[in-house]
Design a binder for this molecule. Structure first.
Ligand SMILES: Nc1ncnc2c1ncn2[C@@H]1O[C@H](COP(=O)(O)OP(=O)(O)O)[C@@H](O)[C@H]1O
Ligand SMILES: [Mg+2]
Length: 277
């Protein structure tokens, strides 16, 4: 079965898009079939992954949400900057789509789930990048998902600001999507040596209850990879940040019993003897 993983936190800049893009890249390298669904009007995941500018794409998540399900095939782009990662683009139109959903649909939170239903079984994993708000776009993402990752910026004293609102929102969505499970909070820009990071780690464990056992360090590689429209692995597979995303993907694949097919050539190269960076 397809696992649908939402990466959500209404706090901006906490690492949602970076997590979606690099997890997608790692899952694809494992030989899993992967689709990224961009639900953010800022379309950062689309700008990173896509070969087109979001404004030139006729069917993005905005149109898909409001259209009939027949539009689905024309929304999916398979040829993107990161090999093996499919994409449904996001666009600025999502803001307008959100308003229209609210006014014109009987079950406004369930449109995405309905639109993605034909893909269940076709992809191994679908990753949904959420916008920095708790409104309908995020509700749609959560209602369409089986799993949730909450990135938390651990280097910021405000990293957990608003997280109780998010958890309350998740509880509400569970009324329409009882399958939604929390994979865990993911500490991003984490540095064990910093007091603020250790404090946020403790508070996150207490408030969210579940922490993923991988910590994503701060690295200039993250911006470089986005600029180069590539994955952290392709940019510098030996960098600690790349290795942590690899470890995270492996952990999730094991936990969710995602079964990779034959590994791609790239995965067979010497990943073991990488250096700390
Ligand atoms: N581990 C990291 N180290 C350094 N910079 C990071 C890291 N993760 C994210 N960033 C940077 O922080 C900014 C916000 O990250 P992003 O993934 O876009 O967050 P969100 O999608 O939650 O807004 C981006 O400029 C990104 O390059
Ligand atoms: Mg983002």
């Amino acid at each position: 079965m397809t696992q649908v993983i939402a990466v959500a936190n209404h706090k901006g800049g906490c690492g949602k898009t970076t997590t979606v893009v690099n997890l997608a890249a790692e899952f694809a390298r494992m030989g899993l079939s992967v689709l990224v669904v961009d639900m953010d009007p800022q379309a950062n995941a689309s700008l990173h992954l896509g070969k087109k500018h979001p404004s030139e794409v006729p069917v993005t998540t905005a149109e898909l949400l409001l259209a009939e399900v027949e539009k689905l095939p024309s929304a999916i782009y398979e040829d993107n900057h990161i090999p093996g990662v499919g994409l449904i683009y996001g666009s600025l139109q999502l803001g307008k789509a959100e308003d229209e959903l609210k006014d014109e649909t009987p079950r406004p939170s369930e449109e995405l789930r309905q639109k993605l239903a034909p893909l269940m079984g076709l992809y191994d994993v679908i990753l949904i990048d959420c916008p920095p708000s708790l409104k309908l776009l995020t509700s749609n993402a959560l209602a369409a998902s089986s799993q949730l990752i909450i990135p938390i910026e651990s280097g910021s004293q405000y990293g957990l600001y608003g997280v109780t609102d998010l958890l309350r929102h998740v509880q509400r969505i569970r009324r329409i999507n009882p399958q939604l499970e929390l994979l865990g909070a993911l500490l991003v820009k984490h540095d064990e040596r910093q007091t603020v990071c250790r404090l946020i780690e403790g508070a996150a464990r207490e408030q969210i209850g579940k922490l993923l056992p991988v910590r994503i360090p701060t690295s200039t590689r993250v911006n470089q990879a986005a600029m180069a429209q590539t994955s952290l692995h392709s940019l510098d597979r030996s960098a600690k940040v790349a290795r942590e995303f690899r470890a995270l993907a492996q952990l999730i694949a094991t936990q969710l019993a995602l079964n990779p097919r034959a590994p791609t050539e790239e995965t067979e190269t010497n990943d073991q003897d990488v250096q700390e960076s």
